[in-house]
Design a protein around this ligand. Structure first.
Ligand code: NAI
Ligand code: 13P
Ligand code: ZN
Length: 352
């Protein structure tokens, strides 16, 4: 198998997107025949926003639900959640929150070999649907294979109340599909890596629809949330078809993962990927200006300053990005020279 590919496509069975769909949580658990003993994994902020709501809704329907708050997407948190699940004899896990809570729940459920449901409180990236989890081990973030959620319940009423920055980050994660697919095509041509026309076409179509609607993505608009959540689901399906994150993660994601390693403070995953897309599109000789303009229209950061990260870390990340996932061939090849890294960052006005 190539590059951590799954042997078969794994997709969520039930996907609910809309106003107030959180109220359907017990119907979904019943539909999937999951039993009456869920463990809800949530964040400290998102517990108050949706974790407790999910717990109350399930308890009102006779479920024996327990809640565990998770603060960090680390292997020790995964172990702690697994232990809680064993203590409470939980037959499935429900991740309620942003990326970190969902990843901890997803990976703990995979390790414990129990089903998992995804209830995002923000549309910040396509991990809400995917079969991967980003878990920190010994201080280093690693993307590990996990089981896809059995169901995704994306309540647009809740998500529309999240800070707009999170939604704009989700757009950055989708727009990055453009360079991810270009990298995948390149790898297919140069290294014979297997390539799925369907997964690539779906991934590109998703990014194109989002870019075409960039000027209608606005704060406090539930219709904007709906559009972005659907795109995140569609991007997640593209990854499932491919059996890997290839259609949605290329050199721009390697840049973001590198930034997580080298910079003392990070921005949001989707924000970093958006910035990476501008620069990697320049390297591909593509229309990086329209990527930049779309991100600006949406209100996502397009410069190091807006990202809140010093220029020197952008350059450092560009230099080490190719080492992040050496088995995944991209436009970065065996690496940029310091002069090339500075040139791409300056020409695209990511650094000044
Ligand atoms: N599994 C996968 O395929 C993927 C995983 N990731 C991982 O996900 C994590 C990043 O996830 P993000 O969601 O971008 O960041 P995050 O999980 O750090 O959350 C950012 C902040 O948003 C807050 N938040 C969430 N919903 C809110 C709401 N409704 N109202 C107010 N605040 C709210 C959270 O409390 C948190 O402080 C990283 O660990 C990254 O590596 C990223 C992409 C894909
Ligand atoms: O973030 C992702 C897709 O948007 C997942 O990609 P990784 O495999 O790089 O973690
Ligand atoms: Zn991503």
């Amino acid at each position: 198998m190539q590059d951590g590919m799954k042997k078969w496509m794994q997709l969520p069975r039930d996907i609910l997107v809309g106003h107030g769909v959180i109220n359907n949580i017990s119907d979904v658990c019943r539909d999937l025949k999951l039993g009456k003993d869920p463990l809800i994994v949530t964040g400290t902020t998102t517990k108050k926003i949706a974790g407790d709501v999910v717990c109350d809704l399930l308890e009102d329907c006779g479920y024996n639900a327990h809640v565990v708050s998770s603060t960090d997407a680390s292997m020790s948190e995964v172990e702690r959640v697994k232990k809680e699940a064993t203590e409470h004899k939980s037959s499935y896990l429900i991740g309620v929150g942003s990326g970190k809570s969902i990843d901890v729940a997803k990976y703990a459920a995979t390790q414990a070999d129990v089903p998992f449901l995804s209830v995002p409180t923000a549309a910040s990236h396509d991990g809400i649907v995917s079969s991967r989890a980003s878990i920190r081990t010994e201080g280093k973030a690693t993307s590990v294979e996990a089981n896809a959620p059995m169901a995704v319940i994306a309540d647009t009423e809740i998500i529309s109340k999240a800070p707009f920055r999170l939604l704009a980050a989700g757009c950055g994660d989708i727009i990055s599909n453009y360079t991810a697919v270009k990298d995948w095509e390149l790898a297919h041509r140069l290294t014979n890596e297997s390539f799925s026309e369907y997964a690539a076409a779906l991934s590109l179509m998703t990014a194109r629809i989002l870019i075409d609607s960039a000027d209608s993505i606005k704060p406090d608009l539930e219709s904007s949330v709906r559009m972005v959540v659907k795109a995140l689901v569609s991007s997640g399906v593209a990854m499932s078809i491919a059996g890997s994150s290839r259609p949605a993660s290329g050199s721009e994601h390697m840049f973001s993962h590198a930034l997580d390693m080298v910079a003392p403070e990070h921005a949001l995953h989707g924000e970093q990927c958006g910035l990476g897309t501008i620069m990697m599109m320049y390297l591909h000789g593509g229309d990086w200006r329209s990527i930049k303009e779309s991100l600006e229209t949406i209100g996502a950061p397009t410069t190091a300053e807006e990202l809140g990260i010093e220029d020197k870390y952008i350059l450092e990340a560009l230099l080490v990005a190719h080492t992040i996932r050496p088995e995944r061939y991209t436009i970065l090849g065996t690496g940029l020279t310091p002069a090339a890294a500075e040139k791409v960052a300056r020409i695209t006005k990511v650094i000044s």
